[in-house]
Design a protein around this ligand. Structure first.
Ligand code: ASP
Length: 297
């Protein structure tokens, strides 16, 4: 029996001081949801879904309710899940009315021969599997509206605007790893823009033979360096998990001037959290001990 471990994040960006408390309590609530499943002998997949669902429901985070807005003022959500035991993956992009995007991503993985579904096809699948729907009105918060107003003033992307994507990685008692990431993307994005999150190897990756990673931050930069997979490549090459996480972020910063953060677990249950933004909120539970943080160490 392997000792289970779970780590979650609620996004890497310049989290303002007045949002620190809500961010920390949000990731702590989410990590506990995932942990309760692992503790009962549940799977890493179930644990990451439960943790992400908790943050998709929390308006503090940019996923599900609370998702940030496109330049048109609409919500378009992306999500990815990966099963480290089989390398099966499921992803969705551009969802407009699904309450828990990560659940639809899991259905893509488990119930279809495909990996990534978008638009009309993703919608049909949501209907076919009867997943819970939600209106744009219910998804959009006042904070997201205000943020778009601010963004429209100078239309500059960067750390000041919500990047509070959510993610989770877990190792279960069977030794299986899983990763899940869910997001509304970035404020002011063009309609139809897809970021790193639903792309296997960028927004997340899980492989029982190496480790599991969930990414957050500058999506275009993450895509260019395949951030999640890069962390695991360094790990596979012999670095420890924390070194691998830091080196991958460093590479992204140097090569494409991108900032972001990752959470990761290796096959032994060692964990890493690293970021190059001002803050990243994270929480972990290992051997019944909950830890969380938001500032650089
Ligand atoms: N990576 C996400 C995206 O670009 C944003 C974030 O991490 O908050 O879609």
């Amino acid at each position: 029996m392997v000792k289970p471990v779970i780590v979650v994040h609620g996004g890497a960006w310049g989290i303002p001081d007045d949002q620190v408390e809500d961010n920390i309590s949000g990731v702590e609530a989410a990590v506990k949801q995932g942990w309760s499943i692992l503790q009962d002998g549940g799977s890493a997949l179930d644990a990451v879904v439960a943790a992400v669902n908790s943050m998709e429901d929390n308006p503090v985070f940019d996923a599900g309710i609370g998702s940030v807005l496109t330049e048109d003022g609409t919500v378009e959500m992306d999500a990815l899940i990966m099963d480290g035991s089989s390398l099966e993956a499921g992803a969705v992009a551009g969802l407009r009315d699904v309450r828990y995007p990560i659940r639809l991503a899991r259905l893509v993985m488990e119930q279809t021969p495909h990996v990534l579904m978008i638009g009309e096809g993703a919608n049909r699948l949501a209907t076919e599997f009867n997943v819970e729907r939600i209106t744009q009105d219910q998804l959009v918060t006042d904070t997201a509206r205000k943020e778009l107003e601010e963004w429209l003033k100078d239309k500059r992307f960067g750390e000041t605007f919500g990047h509070d994507t959510v993610g989770a990685v877990a190792l279960d008692s069977q030794g299986n790893l899983a990763a899940a990431t869910s997001t509304g993307g970035v404020t002011g994005k063009k309609v139809g823009r897809v970021g790193d999150v639903p792309i296997v190897g960028s927004g997340g990756y899980a492989d029982n033979k190496v480790g599991a990673v969930s990414s957050t931050g500058d999506g275009e930069a993450i895509l260019k360096v395949n951030l999640a997979k890069r962390v695991l490549s360094y790990l596979d090459a012999g670095l420890d998990i924390q070194e691998a996480a830091e080196k991958a972020l460093d590479y992204m910063h140097v090569r494409v001037k991108g900032n972001g953060g990752v959470i990761a677990i290796d096959t032994q249950g060692n964990i890493a959290h690293a970021f190059t933004t001002k803050r990243m909120v994270w929480a972990s539970i290992k051997e019944d001990k909950l830890e969380s943080g938001i500032n650089p160490t």
